[in-house]
Design a binder for this molecule. Structure first.
Ligand code: FAD
Ligand code: FMN
Length: 566
């Protein structure tokens, strides 16, 4: 606790500070705490040989956060007269790595502790090539989410492999959580100190810095309503789900809801019977005690990760060939699995990772509720039709039964000022955040114009929220609607075709300052849509493709082009 005088001083400081200054101060204090007051080992930093440092920033990203951080660092280095460059890991020529003198990595973690798709090849290359990186200094800024079992794992692996190959670690690995902004500021300051030789080091010990964020608030609520949005005959099964809680649920349009699903009782029973166990027997693994039933309800047994499959292969003394597979399929295929010690089996299974769903309601319009739009993930393995864990979990979840969830803030997907026009491209479940945007603008009387592109397979079967959307058209809150139902005619039509058809008007909206949003499937939808937008810019502005890409890049940097794709 602070003395009255100190508390007074702190309150004066906070009251007179801007939001940015408060964020900076939070980061500064967290960094100070980490370095000076927590832990026994202070980071040890080698001195750079050259005064004229020219850092190369290499980023690995899936949803753009790492890229944003790289751009922020670049801009700040330039301001400080430090010549830096920034590049996507995918575009970087790996053969040059041994010749680099100073590389700063910004690397997010995806899947179950995996590298972003664009960075997988780079990591495999460093790991499997006999490189001599003794002439290279580096630092890694790992981005992650502490709700996931393997927090910032890609950053950890990258930091380790670079050190193993002889590179000199300039700063301890940073493991930054979802609200990473303060950590970026601290890292930037620390780097600049190193560059200026202000910090003298004696060796390159490995110190992993913990994240500095508080834990997310977990809510307990119920699913009060669940409706299938498709009509009979549709190939899709998309659920409109309403959750409510006795606590006030704090969210904004653009945020997502996170859940940690559990395995189905049937799957768990199969495993328990297979090993002839008693479901209530208590088992201790890595100092954690749980009943057999709970272990298998809460560990990932579906779509096993590469790491789990490798460890299972060792236990089974078999070379399991699958890229991804379910534990039950392995048990069926290899009867000798019966001899595996149950503790050993449990220890190769990761805790189930959370899943996110864009919130499709608005706190202003749907008081005390959170709505989701969840597609039941269906896929075929050989002839067997399978479903995704979390989407099936939600589809099966009984009404009015307690469920745990949390809110995942998404500062990169936000409505602009009230008077700014918006263009929303959201086929399939991509409609979710836009239902939230429109409902919010409707409830708050925002003046900006709203243009929605929606698509699915069939008009009569798959037009999600059709009645509401038509109502919004009637009342005028939705200024324009363009739909593309791909399978209602012989030639498939998608939202990107509608964008091309409306090229002139689309470009005019952007020229007039509209903000652009894409939500839904990353591949191929968001790529095809982005290509259509580039075509529109090339055609309507009579510019080259390179120039059009720069226009989109500038819009993205200005926060006027935002994507939430998965
Ligand atoms: C920010 C964000 C917002 C999102 N918003 C929405 C939304 O509004 N609505 C929505 O429906 N979804 C949304 N998603 C996607 C959602 O989080 C889940 O990824 C999706 O529901 C699938 O999860 P699942 O657990 O059902 O499938 P999983 O079990 O995770 O399976 C996913 C995929 O893994 C593969 N797989 C799994 N098991 C096997 C196996 N045995 N063999 C081979 N391959 C396998 C299959 O390709 C399968 O399709 C969002 C995602 C993000 C990141
Ligand atoms: C599907 C999915 C899986 C994720 N898996 C992990 C994980 O295993 N560990 C982790 O620390 N963070 C995980 N994250 C969180 C991301 O690393 C985090 O959102 C990060 O800010 C994304 O940065 P990027 O936009 O540069 O990719 C995951 C996020 C998503 C959407």
């Amino acid at each position: 606790m602070l003395s009255d005088t100190k508390l007074n001083l702190l309150q004066q400081l906070v009251q007179s500070a801007s939001k940015e200054e408060i964020i900076w101060t939070k980061g500064y204090l967290a960094g100070y705490l980490d370095k000076n007051l927590i832990g026994t080992q202070a980071p040890v930093i080698p001195v750079l040989e050259s005064v004229a440092v020219k850092p190369l920033i290499i980023y690995g990203t899936e949803t753009g956060n790492s890229k944003k951080i790289a751009s922020q660092l670049l801009a700040s280095f330039k301001k400080n007269k430090i010549q830096a460059k920034s590049i996507d890991v995918f575009q970087y020529d790996k053969a040059k790595l041994e010749k680099e003198s100073l590389v700063l990595f910004v690397m997010s973690t995806q899947g179950e502790g995996e590298f972003p798709q664009n960075a997988v090849e780079f990591y495999e290359y460093i790991k499997s090539t006999s490189l001599d990186l003794s002439g290279t200094s580096y630092a890694v800024f790992g981005l992650g989410d502490s709700s996931y079992p393997l927090f910032c794992n890609a950053g950890v692996l990258l930091d380790e492999v670079l050190s193993q190959k002889g590179a000199k670690r300039l700063l301890p690995l940073v493991k930054a959580d979802v609200d990473f902004a303060p950590d970026v500021l601290v890292w930037e300051k620390e780097l600049q100190s190193v560059f200026k030789k202000e910090v003298v080091a004696t060796n390159v010990a490995s110190v992993v810095k913990g994240n500095t964020t508080e834990h997310k608030k977990n809510y307990k609520g119920i699913i009060s309503t669940k409706i299938i949005l498709n009509d009979v005959g549709s190939k899709k099964e998309t659920y409109h789900i309403e959750l409510s809680s006795e606590d006030e649920i704090n969210y904004e349009p653009g945020d997502a809801l996170g859940i940690i699903p559990k395995n189905s009782k049937n799957d768990v029973e199969f495993i328990i019977d297979y090993f002839e166990l008693n479901s209530s027997t208590e088992i201790t693994v890595k100092d954690q005690k749980n009943t057999v039933e709970n272990w298998f309800l809460e560990r990932n047994i579906k779509g096993l990760s590469k790491r789990s499959i490798e460890q299972l292969s060792v236990l089974l003394k078999e070379d399991i060939k699958f890229e991804k597979t379910d534990l039950i399929d392995v048990l069926k295929q290899y009867p000798n699995a019966k001899s595996i010690k149950i503790e050993d089996l449990i220890s190769v299974l990761l805790p189930i990772a959370p899943r996110l769903y864009s919130i499709s309601s608005s706190a202003e319009a749907h008081d005390g509720e959170v709505h989701l739009t969840v597609n039941l993930n269906k896929f075929k393995i050989g002839e067997v039709l399978k479903t995704g864990l979390a989407s099936q979990f939600l589809a099966d979840y009984p009404i009015n039964t307690e469920i745990d969830f949390y809110i995942h803030k998404n500062q990169n997907f936000r409505l602009p000022s009230e008077e700014t026009d918006i263009i929303m491209i959201g086929p399939g479940t991509g409609i979710a955040p836009f239902r939230s945007f429109i409902a919010h603008r409707d409830a708050t009387g925002a003046e900006g114009k709203n243009w929605l592109f929606f698509g699915e397979q069939h008009f009569v079967l798959d037009f999600y929220y059709q009645t509401e959307i038509q109502e919004w058209i009637t009342t005028g809150v939705l200024t324009k609607l363009d739909t593309a139902f791909s399978r209602d005619q012989e030639k498939k039509i998608y939202v990107q075709d509608r964008i091309r058809e409306k090229a002139n008007e689309f470009n005019k909206w952007i020229e007039n300052g509209a903000s652009l949003y894409i939500c839904g499937q990353k591949n191929p939808m968001s790529i095809d849509v982005e290509n259509a937008i580039l075509d529109v810019l090339v055609q309507e502005r009579n510019i080259s493709l390179e120039e059009a890409k720069q226009v989109l890049e500038d819009l993205e940097v200005a926060g006027k082009y935002q994507k939430d794709v998965y």
